[in-house]
Ligand binder design. Sequence first.
Ligand code: ZN
Length: 74
Amino acid sequence: MPFYEYECDACHATMTLEQSIANHKAPEVCPKCGTKGTVRRVFTAAAVEFKGSGWYCTDHHSPSGNVATGKKGK
Ligand SMILES: [Zn+2]
C-alpha cells in the first residue's frame, strides 16, 4: 500500500499514513494537538514514489477519493 503524507494546519505536525489508494483520507482529528478538521493532505517526493502506470495525473483534481477515474477505454 502507498503512503500518504498529511499535515496539521494548527500545529504543523506531519504524519505519514499507509492507506489504500481507493480509500485514503486525512484523519479527522490531529493525533498530535487534537484539533478537529485541520489535517490536510500534502504532497512529497516520498509520497508519490510509488507512482506506477497512469494513476498519478488523476489525483490533482480530487483531494479525497476518486483516484481511479483516470483509466479510460476498454
Ligand atoms: Zn495538530
